[in-house]
Design a protein around this ligand. Structure first.
Ligand code: GSH
Length: 216
């Protein structure tokens, strides 16, 4: 058993939220970089995570330890497991509700249409559903309105500081750039993304993940 939490992930996947949060929080993790998709390329991984998805965080023993499979929850967990840090907004702080809302919004509402686009318009073009994928791209762009409005007059989403909510939503904007969905991303969000990418924690996380084969 590793003393450190072990993050099973694929480079550039949603697990990047967790790698980035660990770097920002100064929490040591062991990174297990898998080929993508592990469901086909690392079949033994299904014994650890029957969903076959990444990321998976194991903290503690394989049996009886913590097992988590949601990137945003893992990012929050790593940023707060040793006590509250500036990376999370605590109950009682004015933006607590918004912190939760944007952290959940990131995957459930923003990344969701991105993944449908990727599946139908990039990975499985032969299925004849490419146009449906493009419809999800348009849906993704429309859904950016909430981030755009929130960032008017703000540098970060919550609490006047960089938090896990920025990591979680920022990842979706970083993914958009990688998969050719930048056309409908408003300039203000591109500027926000550029600010996030200048962070040392972001650069260190990218460097760590560059050791594995890219998922995207
Ligand atoms: N809601 C989950 C989604 C996890 C997920 O679907 N991850 C993708 C990679 S970004 C994956 O593992 N896809 C491969 C597969 O489904 O086989 C999260 O945020 O971590």
């Amino acid at each position: 058993m590793s003393e450190k939490p072990v993050l099973y992930t694929c480079s550039g996947s949603r697990g990047f939220r967790a790698t980035w949060a660990a770097e920002e929080a100064g929490v040591e993790i062991e990174l297990e970089l898998l080929p993508f998709p592990p469901r086909f390329m690392a079949i033994e991984y299904l014994e650890r995570n029957p969903l076959g998805t990444v990321p998976l965080l194991v903290d503690g023993p394989d049996e009886g330890g913590v097992h988590m499979t949601e990137s945003c929850a893992i990012a929050h967990y790593l940023a707060s497991k040793n006590g509250s840090t500036n990376l999370v907004i605590a109950p009682g702080e004015p933006d607590y509700a918004y912190y939760l809302d944007f952290t959940y919004h990131a995957d459930a509402t923003i990344t969701f249409p991105q993944t449908v686009f990727m599946r139908f318009s990039l990975f499985e073009k032969d299925k004849g559903l490419e146009e449906a994928g493009h419809a999800y791209a348009r849906w993704f762009w429309k859904r950016l309105v909430k981030l755009e409005q929130r960032l008017i007059g703000r540098e970060y989403l919550c609490g006047d500081r960089f938090t896990v909510a920025d990591i979680c939503c920022g990842y979706a904007l970083i993914l958009a750039e990688k998969i050719g969905l930048d056309e409908g991303v408003p300039d203000a969000l591109k500027e926000y993304r550029a600010r996030l990418k200048q962070r040392d924690g972001f650069r260190r996380a990218e460097e760590r993940e560059s050791a594995g084969p890219a998922a995207i």
